[in-house]
Design a protein around this ligand. Structure first.
Ligand SMILES: [Zn+2]
Ligand SMILES: [Zn+2]
Length: 928
């Protein structure tokens, strides 16, 4: 087992008089120029000593500090690189947010597959670390959003068999230079080198490892110098702190991180980092929230700030105990300290979170329930809660906009729109969710147990309810709540892990074809050709009886990028095999065929041209629709998924609102304008970094390709890295018809559409439906909407009327027992009843009674005297005869068939007598 200690013994230290010693407090080894120093310099072994005693010759604001750093390294032969977005999932599929500058170069550059954009290079990379969310505001030094200034050098060993296999060669520089640059920077800024310590802190992460220094100055960790040089290897000679063994890699990389905010802070010596980073915002928020301290209070706050470094949730065993210690040390009651400090902690967190949101939304993240969208939503809701709790009276969108303006984002209107929409959604969620908390609190009030963390996470995840709100509601019912101090970072981590795990997919086919050469892709040479000749390199018999055929070259497009595979045939003189599936594994294209063409034989391949053309139309149309959607809905619109078929395609885009009908029509119009323009669809294979520099990471909407060269498809202003097949001109798409839009999850809208012939078919299908509806309504198709509306209104009115009638009928039936008279007619019952109502109600009542098996005789005095008689089958009563007899008694007439009849006369006064006679009339009629 090799000792890592040797890795830290640098000539630089020797030459400059540094000595290695062990911290008397924590036992870490560190390097220092100070002959008397015993402690490593980092809290809690030492305290911040730069507060009120700034560490450099000059004070730097954020922008000034960034410029000083970048130009320092530029002067030392580093190329300055533009920062990447904070949404790291734009260029890699294993993480969500950018957490360090090295993320920009993982995994393709660090593995040596792709060259770095420059070597060596310097950058100031905005990062977001959700795991620090609970520390923000409390420790005085944590910010969730920060810029990591860095210099990187990418080296490859030359003492290996095949050094050309890597995209960079030789050594730019390594440990000596890295440490020298760092200390030179300190000196140039006027730091006292005696106060700088370099703590040995081996680094391990993502299967790589190496020695590293934490560079501490006046108590602040200002830089990390990582020397990435090992990879995990069970037989490796280095055992690292994670318990795994590692061996040297062929590539070795200088990975440094200098926190911009802390450098600015140390240069200013303010009590917290927040006052150094966003002084205006803090001023605005404190005065807005009405926080005003006396001199004595300000002094307490100031002294507490110097000690706040102890309040780290990751390190302090008990944050509240740490608060007690601080209070004791400055001689105030803990409660007093808390009252003074907590509102400020909230103010700091609001400023930091607003900046985090500005980065997220500025870089086009749309809040949702998954991935980066979830994290953005979580930050927004936490901020809103803090704003309300501390009593800041300013709209959230303005707070975020203040930061977006400072960061110079151009999409500020969209950012404000998104924030407003989200705040409103949050309010609705809370209305619903608080009822849930109340009932949960009642449940636990009965058992006397505290509400456990699981429930809190569930309440947060499903209802957006934050723990402090649960605490509030629960306290009213005397219920305790178990809120872990790292609640938010734990929830964030759950989501980050979930999403990353689901992104990791494996093929499981690799070893069978690993030895075969990559297949030449003829479909990129001429996307319209469908016939080709090839040699069969290998045929594998499948378990299902089909064959997997590998050729030296092919015109068959393998499934990929949401485009289904080509179908067709492979023929020799003896055999014609149908190709029903095509897949690619590590560059080797595998054709699934129903016959064996024979290894070593020549084959003629024929791609099903109609299928291919339809797929190409839908693929190009997908780019066009995406472009049109961005044009209409905003620049934040990004692809969340796409699937092309021969008869339709769908494109899922990130958007924070449902898409209105007018917007759909506008997208369709813009898309078809592009079709009509008939502009050329071009493919090119530029250098990856050049393409990224020119077009940004929006290139990778359809996925992240590998390699030094990437294939770009340009349709009008839309440029995307894409491996699919496309028509040559937009006019070849024919037409684009959007069939439907649907919100498939919060923050994601699905646009379904058809292109070319399929667009015509789709339109005809819609028309057919309209024609059928016209037939059914017996009107012209164009009159269907109006007729349907009219029918619908009438149908609704009828429904209402029926309801009313049923109510009255029920009443009538109920009152029937007292008002109505039941008469027995040789086994058949007759109900005789007066109901002073409209004729249709009389009829309904009579029918209902008759349906129950009784004869009904209903009389009404509402309009003269009216009768309705209904007789069930087999009753022997002739309803028509009964009516004509009764109507006669009220001076009128009437009649009808034997089962149902109605009639009456003007003499209402005679109605009662007539009804009294009814039993006799019935008997008379029956015996007649
Ligand atoms: Zn120490
Ligand atoms: Zn594409």
């Amino acid at each position: 087992m090799s000792d890592l200690e040797e890795e830290y013994r640098l000539d630089y230290f020797e030459e400059h008089g540094f000595r290695r010693t062990e911290c008397s407090e924590c036992g870490d080894h560190f390097w220092t120029l100070d002959p008397d120093r015993e402690t490593c310099g980092e809290p809690p072994c030492d305290e911040y000593s730069f507060i009120d005693d700034a560490g450099f010759d000059e004070e730097f604001e954020l922008g000034e500090m960034r410029e000083a750093f970048l130009s320092f390294f530029e002067e030392r032969d580093h190329d300055r690189i533009d920062p990447y977005p904070v949404a790291a999932n734009r260029w890699r599929d294993d993480v969500l947010l950018t957490q360090a500058s090295i993320y920009d170069f993982q995994p393709l550059v660090t593995s040596g597959t792709t060259p770095p954009p420059a070597n060596p290079l310097t950058i100031s990379q905005p990062c977001i670390r959700m795991q620090d969310i609970d520390n923000v505001g409390v420790t005085g030094r944590h910010t969730m959003a920060f810029e990591m200034m860095a210099h990187h050098a990418f080296n490859a060993r030359e003492d290996i068999d095949d050094p050309e296999q890597y995209a960079y060669e030789g050594e730019a520089y390594w440990k000596e230079e890295t440490v020298a640059y760092c200390l030179e920077l300190f000196e140039e800024l006027g730091a006292d080198p005696q106060e700088v310590t370099l703590i040995e802190d081996p680094w391990v992460g993502g299967g790589n490892a190496g020695p590293a220094f934490e560079v501490i100055y006046k108590g602040a960790e200002l830089a990390t110098l990582v020397f990435m040089q090992f990879e995990q290897d069970a037989d490796g000679e280095y055992e690292m702190k994670d318990g795994n063994c590692y061996s040297p890699m062929d590539t070795y990389i200088v990975d440094t991180g200098y926190g911009l905010e802390r450098w600015a802070w140390v240069s200013q010596g303010t009590p917290t980092v927040y006052e150094a980073v966003y002084p205006d915002t803090i001023d605005f928020l404190t005065s807005n929230a009405g926080i005003d301290h006396t001199d004595e209070e300000a002094e307490i706050v100031h002294r507490a700030a110097k000690l706040a470094g102890r309040m780290d949730i990751d390190e302090a065993e008990d944050v509240e105990a740490a608060r007690d210690d601080i209070a004791a040390e400055i001689g105030v009651e803990t409660e007093r300290l808390r009252e003074l400090v907590e509102p400020l902690e909230s103010i700091y967190a609001i400023a930091d979170h607003s900046r985090t949101l500005a980065y997220m939304l500025g870089d086009g993240i749309v809040p949702s329930n998954v991935g980066t969208g979830y994290l953005a939503r979580m930050v927004l809701r936490r901020t809103k809660r803090l704003v309300d709790t501390v009593g800041v009276d300013a709209p959230m969108d303005e707070l975020v906009d203040m930061q977006a303006e400072r960061l110079d984002y151009s999409n500020r209107d969209t950012i404000r729109d998104i924030v407003r929409t989200e705040v409103e959604k949050y309010r609705e969620t809370l209305d619903r969710g608080s009822r849930r908390v109340e009932s949960l609190a009642e449940e636990y009030a009965e058992t006397g147990d505290p509400i456990p963390t699981d429930e809190l996470v569930e309440l947060y995840d499903s209802h957006g309810i934050q723990p402090d709100m649960v605490e509030e509601i629960a306290a009213e019912r005397g219920v305790d709540v178990d809120v872990p101090e790292d609640f938010y970072s734990a929830v964030a981590q759950r989501h980050e892990e979930e999403d990353v795990a689901s992104a990791a997919e494996t093929a499981g086919y690799a070893d069978r074809i690993a030895d075969l050469p990559e297949t030449d892709r003829l479909y990129y040479e001429d996307q319209n050709r469908t016939e080709f000749e090839a040699v069969v390199l290998e045929v594998f018999e499948r378990e299902d009886g089909d064959y997997d055929v590998v050729l030296d070259q092919t015109m068959f497009y393998p499934e990929g990028g949401g485009q289904p595979p080509d179908h067709g045939t492979l023929s020799t003189e003896d055999v014609t095999a149908d190709v029903t599936d095509v897949q690619v594994h590590d560059g080797v294209i595998v054709h699934r065929a129903d016959a064996d063409p024979g290894t070593g034989d020549f084959v003629t391949g024929q791609v099903d041209g109609t299928r291919r053309r339809r797929l190409m139309q839908h693929h190009t149309a997908t780019h066009v629709v995406g472009h049109a959607a961005r044009h209409v809905l905003g620049e934040h619109v990004r692809q969340a998924g796409a699937q092309k078929r021969t008869d339709s395609a769908r494109l899922d885009v990130r958007h924070y609102e449902p898409v209105a009908r007018e917007e759909v029509k506008e997208i369709e119009r813009v898309a078809n304008d592009l079709v009509t323009d008939n502009s050329q669809v071009t493919q090119e294979w530029p250098d990856r970094h050049a393409a990224e520099a020119e077009h940004g990471f929006d290139l990778y909407q359809g996925g992240i390709p590998q390699g030094e060269q990437i294939r770009l498809i340009t349709v009008d202003e839309d440029v995307q890295a894409c491996g699919g097949t496309h028509v040559s001109r937009t006019g070849d798409i024919g037409a684009i018809k959007i069939r439907s839009t649907e919100r498939i999850q919060d923050g994601v809208v699905r646009l379904s559409f058809a292109a070319g012939e399929a667009a015509i078919e789709a339109t005809q299908e819609t028309e057919d439906a309209l024609y059928e509806a016209g037939d059914a309504l017996d009107v012209d198709p164009m009159d269907v909407p109006e007729t349907a509306e009219r029918f619908f209104e009438a149908w609704k009115d009828r429904g209402k009327e029926i309801e009313e009638l049923q109510e009255q009928l029920a009443e009538a039936r109920a009152s029937g027992a007292s008002d109505g008279e039941e008469v027995d007619l040789d086994g058949t019952t007759a109900v005789i009843q007066r109901v002073d109502a409209e004729m249709n109600e009389l009829r309904a009542t009579a029918n209902a009674i008759s349906e129950d098996g009784s004869v009904a005789v209903i009389g009404s005095g509402a309009d003269g005297a009216q009768f309705v008689v209904a007789a069930p089958e087999g009753s022997g009563v002739d309803a028509g005869a009964v009516v004509s007899e009764l109507a006669d008694r009220v001076g009128g007439g009437g009649g009808g068939p034997s089962d149902f009849a109605q009639g009456g006369g003007p003499d209402a006064a005679a109605l009662e007598d007539a009804l009294a006679d009814a039993p006799d009339v019935l008997r008379q009629v029956m015996s007649a």
